[in-house]
Design a protein around this ligand. Structure first.
Ligand code: SF4
Length: 237
């Protein structure tokens, strides 16, 4: 009697090997050549409007935040004006973005605290920033990086995905990826790396299907399942 074949083992997805430090540098240099002056896509004019914009951007697109802040900052460009506008006034401008009720309260309260505790200015200090309502580690990292030029790494959903997918900084948690990036990226590249990675994740190394066929850094990426170009459509008859 023939033995029935053993059931095939399900194939394990191939894991991405961590990049070497030389690969990390070359990967980022390739992104930097394609985008020599990477910038935040949030609109702001000073550290205060940046802080508010970043606080509003949780679970919302930069475009939707910019639409809301275009009118909000006209009416309330300073902490004092924001407190005077009040929660209902802020809410009127930001109703189109996710979690607007909590965000309206936080923006007014953080503005009040900036006046009461920091003379109306944004502190250049992680602990003080994170003590403000609605300001977590990611927001503090963005403000320290963008407003104050510090080499911090704010890990959002794009950077978390890239860290693991490409092998630049694998990690099971957001904090593990942040720590690995800070450790593995050359110090002189760390500040710009934040925006380079976010923009690359947003526009090329997308969540569902990364567009590897047009990726300028593909040579140094260790993702084992790089996407081929989409099949060209047959010509119309
Ligand atoms: S090759 Fe593909 S997976 Fe690797 S960074 Fe580029 S887009 Fe992302």
């Amino acid at each position: 009697m023939l033995k029935s074949a053993a059931p095939a083992k399900p194939r394990q997805p191939r894991r991405t090997r961590p990049m070497t430090l030389a690969q990390v540098r070359s990967f980022l240099e390739a992104l930097a050549r394609a985008n020599p002056a990477p910038k935040s896509e949030l609109d702001y004019v000073d550290p205060y409007t940046l802080l508010v914009a970043v606080a509003l951007s949780a679970q919302a697109t930069d475009a939707s935040v910019n639409k809301a802040t275009a009118t909000l900052f006209k009416e309330a460009p300073t902490p004092a004006a924001m407190v005077a506008l009040g929660v209902d006034g802020v809410a009127r401008h930001i109703r189109t973005i996710g979690l607007w009720q909590g965000k309206a309260k936080n923006v007014v309260e953080l503005s009040r605290r900036l006046i009461a505790e920091h003379g109306g200015t944004v502190p250049r200090d992680r602990e003080k920033l994170e003590a403000l309502p609605g300001v977590g580690r990611k927001t503090a990292n963005v403000v320290l990086n963008v407003a104050f030029g510090e080499s911090t790494m704010a890990v959002d959903t794009h950077i978390f995905r890239l860290g693991n997918r490409t092998g630049i900084a694998p990690g099971a948690t957001v904090r593990a990826v942040e720590d690995a990036l800070v450790k593995r990226i050359p110090a002189d590249m760390l500040r710009d790396a934040h925006h380079l990675l976010i923009l690359h994740g947003r526009y090329v190394c997308k969540a569902r299907v990364p567009e590897c066929w047009r990726c300028v850094a593909a040579t140094w990426c260790n993702y084992p399942a790089k996407s081929p170009p989409p099949a060209s459509k047959p010509p119309k008859q």
